[in-house]
Design a protein around this ligand. Structure first.
Ligand SMILES: *[C@@H]1O[C@H](CO)[C@@H](O)[C@H](O)[C@H]1NC(C)=O
Length: 297
């Protein structure tokens, strides 16, 4: 006869064995609280506002998007929405942060770009990115987009920091704008010290290789928020050498915001597992809604 202790141990072992792997995984993927989700909302509006014409963001008169962050003080805006994505820089008193925002592009265009065989990886410009190892490679298209506005953004951020004695800078963007924001998130701290940087991307595609993802993880505070079955975050494919940094938050079908640990987490609760290929993706999810905010001006 088994001692009750041994019996309990055996049952315990069986119970552990019987638990489906998905249940075991679920234990370390955590849901954000309502308060944590709400804290992203001003930044979600800032990312959406980047779709507005620069003349309206410079005056901070762009309707609902601007009204959502009514106390914002713009410093500079630019881009033409065609060869250069719109962008703006300013200061948010309520977030106590300089904000840098980049416009994205429409869903069909970014999908076409990213499934293109020309998703070539290349090294970063040594003048813009001094000291970054040449093993770090990024999508050349994204790299060239970021380079178009880099020095203008840097000077506007410096102006905003000194005008408002700011100690924080937050870079945001959606879609292509998230890719540019991530590169700005790497670039700006190489030229500005003594402030805290944070990057928040929405529907962000993969931007670089494994070395880039590792660089981001060790140098940058990043959150990238992916909505349901949006296919953009799984592009360009890992088979092309692309890799996501950590910091994914995946909005599930239940509207729970799930924090996914690690890089490119393959759990079905996270983007890579939920959208195994673009045919199972839903392009309509790319623009949101992200906690009620749909990207666009
Ligand atoms: C994915 O998340 C699970 C928790 O569910 C964690 O145990 C695992 O290490 C993560 N995978 C990666 C690749 O980081």
């Amino acid at each position: 006869m088994l001692s009750s202790g041994l019996f309990a141990a055996l049952v315990g072992a069986l119970a552990v064995q019987a638990a489906p792997p998905s249940l075991l995984k679920r234990q370390s993927i955590t849901a954000l609280s309502t308060a944590q989700i709400s804290a992203f909302k001003p930044f979600t509006f800032f990312a959406s506002t980047a779709y507005c014409n620069p003349s309206t963001t410079l005056a901070w008169s762009c309707g609902a998007n601007c009204n959502a962050n009514a106390d914002f003080i713009p410093v500079a805006s630019g881009g033409d929405g065609a060869s250069v994505q719109f962008w703006y820089v300013g200061f948010s008193p309520s977030q106590a942060s300089v904000i840098v925002a980049h416009q994205g592009t429409d869903t069909s265009e970014i999908e076409a770009d990213l499934t293109d065989v020309k998703a070539v990886l290349g090294t970063l410009d040594a003048t813009l990115f001094p000291g970054v190892s040449s093993s770090v490679e990024v999508h050349e298209g994204f790299r060239d987009e970021q380079a178009k506005t880099a020095t203008q953004i840097l000077s506007a951020v410096r102006t905003a920091i000194s005008a408002h004695s700011a100690t924080r800078v937050t870079v945001v963007g959606h879609s292509l704008g998230a890719a540019i924001a991530l590169l700005d998130g790497v670039y700006l701290p190489l030229h500005i010290s003594d402030v805290t940087f944070r990057t928040i991307g929405y529907g962000m595609p993969r931007v670089g290789n494994q070395a880039f993802a590792d660089y981001v993880d060790s140098h940058i505070t990043l959150t990238h928020i992916n909505n349901k079955k949006d296919p953009v975050p799984i592009l360009p494919g890992r088979f092309l050498g692309y890799h996501h940094p950590s910091g994914e938050v995946h909005i599930a079908e239940s509207n729970a915001w799930l924090s996914c640990p690690g890089q490119d987490n393959t759990s079905t609760q996270c983007s890579v597992g939920d959208v195994p290929n673009i045919f199972e993706g839903s392009t309509g999810d790319h623009d949101g809604p992200y906690d009620g905010v749909t990207m666009g001006c």
